[in-house]
Design a protein around this ligand. Structure first.
Ligand code: SF4
Length: 208
């Protein structure tokens, strides 16, 4: 089967296995998701959620992030790792959102990519989860499983996105990528995938 032929089956199987698949980061406001994703780089979503539970009380508005003392913000996010650059990016992004985007997270890829610390993965997540526009979010799980499934043959996240984008309907892209994260954690980790009983096994090139 070609990747395009497999796609409807994979979408259906993931929907059945993970009907509630969604973003595992906790947030209430658009910029909170943006900052949570920044904090999640090289960190677990669970750790980020612990940190932001307090952080979003300590800094309750976009304005409060924009004028944050860098050292104080670093201390608040320290356990997420890379706290110096993450704090710098969050403060800079808050200022840019206020001065250039009217205090809202923008709804276009080009505008999102101008924000400090924002790459295509984050931008696609925002476009899908905040604006319902879809977007292929290529994280480590998506990259690994898409290759194993035979949907692409590349370690380049952008090439994975380009391979998946045309075979996944836009309205399915966000849920598909969120489900791959759950599947990667539960069934198809980097080491020792549990192929027996995997809901995607019938369409997987790497099934063991
Ligand atoms: S069949 Fe195995 S390699 Fe393929 S997606 Fe399932 S667990 Fe991963």
């Amino acid at each position: 089967m070609t990747p395009a032929e497999k796609a409807p089956y994979l979408i259906a199987a993931l929907k059945e296995a993970y009907p509630e698949a969604g973003c595992s980061l906790d947030y209430g406001k658009d910029y909170e998701l943006l900052f949570s994703v920044r904090l999640a780089a090289q960190c677990t979503d669970a750790r980020v959620n612990i940190v932001t539970e307090t952080l979003f009380v300590q800094y309750p508005t976009l304005e409060s992030f924009a004028v944050a003392d860098q050292t104080a913000l670093e201390a608040a996010i320290r356990s997420c790792g890379f706290f110096h650059i993450k704090a710098r990016d969050i403060i800079a992004a808050a200022n840019m959102l206020l001065t250039e985007f009217g205090g809202r997270v923008p709804d276009s890829m080009d505008a999102l990519l101008r924000l400090p610390g924002v790459g295509r993965k984050t931008a696609n997540l925002i476009l899908g989860d905040i604006y319902g526009q879809g977007g292929v979010v290529v994280d480590t799980h998506c990259l690994r499983i898409a290759n194993r499934l035979g949907l692409c043959q590349t370690d380049d996240p952008y090439k994975v996105e380009l391979a998946l984008d045309p075979i996944l309907p836009r309205e399915e892209q966000s849920a598909f990528c969120h489900a791959l994260v759950l599947h990667g954690r539960a069934v198809c980790p980097a080491r020792k995938p549990r192929c027996e009983g995997c809901c995607l096994g019938a369409w997987c090139d790497a099934r063991g």
